[in-house]
Design a protein around this ligand. Structure first.
Ligand code: XUL
Ligand code: CO
Length: 437
C-alpha cells in the first residue's frame, strides 16, 4: 500500500524551478570536488522525528497524523512506519536511516517481549533493505524517555537502572549490527545532573565510561567494526549534561581510554546551545581526528532550546561543508535530526522539510567548494601565520625552542611589532562575494 501516493518522486529540476516538490540544488549524481553529491552528503532519515513525532509540545498534543493507517502503539503500526519510511526515503533518494530502539517498536511488558518485537521488526526492515539501496547509518538506544531513567542511565544512582540500560544497549547494538549499521551513537540523554547537592559527579562519570567500555567490548565480540559516536549536548533535558560540547566529550573519551573506538556525532543545534558555532564544534572534532558524523539541523537564535529545525541557513551550511571538506569528508553522514514545526503537519510538509534540508546542504557544498577554489580565505589564514616560517618559528613548531632563545630574540627585536590585521570584515565580504556575487 502506498502511503504517499499523492506525492511524486522528488527530482532535481535546478535553481530556476518553482516546484515545491523538486530539488533546486541537490543533484545526487552530479560530481563535484571529486565525488558524487550523494557521496559527499550521505543524508539519513531520523526514524524518531520523521516517523514518530507528531508535534506534541508542553502546551498541547500532536498536530501531525503519523498513524500511517494503523493504530499507534501496536506492531501493525511499527510495520506501517517501516513501510512509510522506506517509501518516503525512496521518493526522496535518501539512502540511510538512523533509529533508537524505541522508535522501532512499542515497548513490551518486559525486556523479553520488547526484544522479540525488535527481532521481528528488524527482520521486516532487513527485507526492505534488501529490496532497496537503503542502509542503516547508525543505531542507538533510548535511555532517557522512560521514567526509570529520570536520573540518567550510565549515570543513574540505581544499579538496577544501570543494568536495565545495559540490557537495552546490548539489544540496540545487536539490532544495529543486524542491520549493518556503520555507527552506534551515545547521546547522553540524561547523563548529567540537576544539583551537586545530590550528585557524585566522579562516580557517575566513571560508571558511564564503564558502560561504554562494556558496549564496545560486546559490539566488537559480535562483529561490529564501525565507529561509536558520542553526540555532545550542553543542556536539555538535564541542567548540566556531561558531554557538554566536542572538547568536553573528547577529554572524557581520552581520560577513560575510549578514544580509539569513539568519534563524535556533531549536531548543529547542540553546538549552538553550547554557545559555539556549528563550525566550531566540527573543527574541534576534526583537529582531534574525531569527526565522525553529523546531526544536520538548526536552532533558532531567539530560543534557548533544541528546536531541531530543518537546515535553511545557507551561510551556516556553507561554512559547515567547508569544515567537512577540509577534514576530508565524513565517514558517517548527515542525519536530519530535524522535525517540522508544529503547524507544518501534513505529509507534504514532511517532504518539504527534507527538500529544504537537502537543498540547503547541497547549496552549502557547492558554495564551500567555490570558497576552496577561490582560495582567498585559506590564503589569508596561511599568510597570517607566515612569521612561523622563519628558522626560529620552525623551531617553535617542532617543539625544539627554549624560552631563553625566544627571550633573546625578543630583546634583539626591541618592541614587538603589532601582529597584523585580522581583516575580519574583508573576509566576511569574501564569503558574501562567493555566496551572492
Ligand atoms: C536529542 C538528540 C537525539 C540523538 C539520538 O537532542 O539529538 O535525538 O540524536 O539520541
Ligand atoms: Co541528535
Amino acid at each position: 500500500m502506498s502511503l504517499f501516493k499523492h506525492l511524486p518522486q522528488i527530482k532535481y529540476e535546478g535553481p530556476k524551478s518553482k516546484n515545491p516538490l523538486a530539488f533546486k540544488y541537490y543533484d545526487a549524481e552530479r560530481v563535484i570536488h571529486g565525488k558524487k553529491m550523494k557521496d559527499h552528503l550521505k543524508f539519513a532519515m531520523a526514524w524518531w522525528h520523521n516517523l514518530s513525532a507528531t508535534g506534541q509540545d508542553m502546551f498541547g498534543p500532536g498536530t501531525a497524523d503519523k498513524s500511517f493507517g494503523a493504530q499507534p502503539g501496536t506492531m501493525e503500526h511499527a510495520k506501517a512506519k517501516v513501510d512509510a519510511g522506506f517509501e518516503f526515503m525512496q521518493k526522496l533518494g535518501i539512502e540511510y536511516f538512523c533509529f533508537h530502539d524505541t522508535d522501532l517498536v512499542p515497548e513490551g511488558k518486559d525486556l523479553a517481549e520488547t526484544n522479540q518485537r525488535l527481532d521481528d521488526i528488524t527482520d521486516y526492515i532487513k527485507a526492505k533493505m534488501a529490496e532497496t539501496n537503503i542502509q542503516c547509518l547508525w543505531g542507538t538506544a533510548n535511555l532517557f524517555s522512560h521514567p526509570r531513567y529520570m536520573n540518567g542511565a550510565g549515570s543513574s544512582n540505581s544499579l538496577d537502572v544501570y543494568c536495565h540500560a545495559a540490557a537495552q544497549l546490548k539489544k540496540a547494538i545487536e539490532c544495529t549490527v543486524k542491520l549493518g549499521g556503520s555507527g552506534y551513537v551515545f547521546w547522553g540523554g540524561r547523563e548529567g545532573y540537576e544539583t551537586l547537592l545530590n550528585t557524585d559527579m566522579q562516580f557517575e562519570q566513571e560508571n558511564i565510561a564503564a558502560l561504554m567500555r562494556m558496549s564496545v567490548d560486546y559490539a566488537r565480540s559480535i562483529g561490529f567494526t564501525g565507529d561509536f559516536y558520542i553526540e555532545p549536548k550542553p543542556k536539555e533535558p538535564m541542567k548540566h549534561q556531561y558531554d557538554f560540547d566536542a572538547a568536553t566529550a573528547i577529554g572524557f573519551l581520552r581520560q577513560y581510554g575510549l578514544d580509539k573506538d569513539f568519534k563524535l556525532n556533531i549536531e548543529a543545534n547542540h553546538a549552538t546551545l553550547a554557545g559555539h558555532t556549528f563550525q566550531h564544534d566540527l573543527r574541534v572534532a576534526a583537529i582531534n581526528g574525531m569527526l565522525g558524523s553529523v546531526d544536520a539541523n538548526q536552532g533558532d537564535d531567539m530560543l534557548g532550546w533544541d528546536t531541531d529545525q530543518f537546515p535553511s541557513n545557507v551561510y551556516e551550511t556553507t561554512l559547515a561543508m567547508y569544515e567537512i571538506l577540509k577534514a576530508g569528508g565524513l565517514q558517517g553522514g548527515l542525519n536530519f535530526d530535524a522535525k517540522n514545526r508544529r503547524p507544518s503537519y501534513t505529509h507534504e510538509d514532511m517532504f518539504e522539510g527534507f527538500i529544504l534540508g537537502m537543498d540547503s546542504f547541497a547549496l552549502g557544498l557547492i558554495k564551500a567548494v567555490e570558497l576552496m577554489e577561490d582560495g582567498r580565505i585559506d590564503g589569508f589564514v596561511k599568510q597570517r601565520y607566515a612569521s612561523y616560517g622563519s628558522q626560529l618559528g620552525q623551531k617553535v613548531r617542532a617543539g625544539k625552542a627554549s624560552l631563553e632563545e625566544l627571550a633573546e630574540h625578543a630583546i634583539q627585536k626591541g618592541n614587538a611589532p603589532l601582529p597584523g590585521s585580522g581583516r575580519q570584515e574583508y573576509l566576511e565580504g569574501v564569503i558574501n562575494d562567493v555566496l551572492f556575487g
